[in-house]
Design a protein around this ligand. Structure first.
Ligand code: FES
Length: 162
């Protein structure tokens, strides 16, 4: 079991911030810390999507400029379904997925990019989704013939070095 990656924004400096509880005390009402509820919600959301165990993040643009909305929607639905079936939605090897509004390529879509490796895929129609998950995500072999660009993200040290 992983340690929780959740960082409480209200308590990380050992104090509550941004809460005006004096009116409640003055009026005799029982004061409840609303930020504590927010923290619980956030922590539950982190656990639900596997933050702390995420190994990759896939962004898919379902159009409408890079592909037809129908093709984009079908790819998105299949991506979600196949990630789950492949066991990549939970556990120690989570692949997070996000439906992007537009990845600013706007042609030859559906467009997809995978981080942290920064692998950009073109024409990710539904017939390609299963092979992509098997070869790239499960076996670690990106599919060269569908890739049109690469931009791995720098690590923290490289970012600071500028
Ligand atoms: S509409 Fe898909 S990349 Fe812009």
């Amino acid at each position: 079991m992983l340690d929780s990656p959740f960082v409480s924004p209200t308590r990380k400096q050992g104090k509550l911030i941004g809460i005006d509880f004096l009116p409640c005390l003055r009026s005799g009402l029982t004061w409840r810390d609303p930020m504590a509820d927010n923290d619980q919600q956030l922590e539950a959301a982190c656990q639900k999507i596997g933050i702390g165990a995420i190994k990759r993040h896939v962004f898919l643009c379902p159009g409408p400029n890079c592909c037809t909305p129908e093709a984009g929607e079908a790819s998105w639905k299949l991506l979600k379904q196949k990630l789950k079936e492949a066991g990549l939605s939970a556990g120690d090897n989570v692949c997070q997925r996000t439906r992007a509004g537009c990845l600013r390529i706007c042609c030859h879509g559906p467009t997809m990019v995978v981080y942290p490796d920064g692998t950009w895929y073109r024409d990710m129609t539904p017939d390609r989704i299963e092979r992509f998950i098997r070869e790239h995500l499960l076996e670690g072999r990106p599919i060269e013939e569908w890739i049109f660009a690469r931009n791995p993200l720098p690590n923290e040290h490289e970012c600071r070095a500028g």
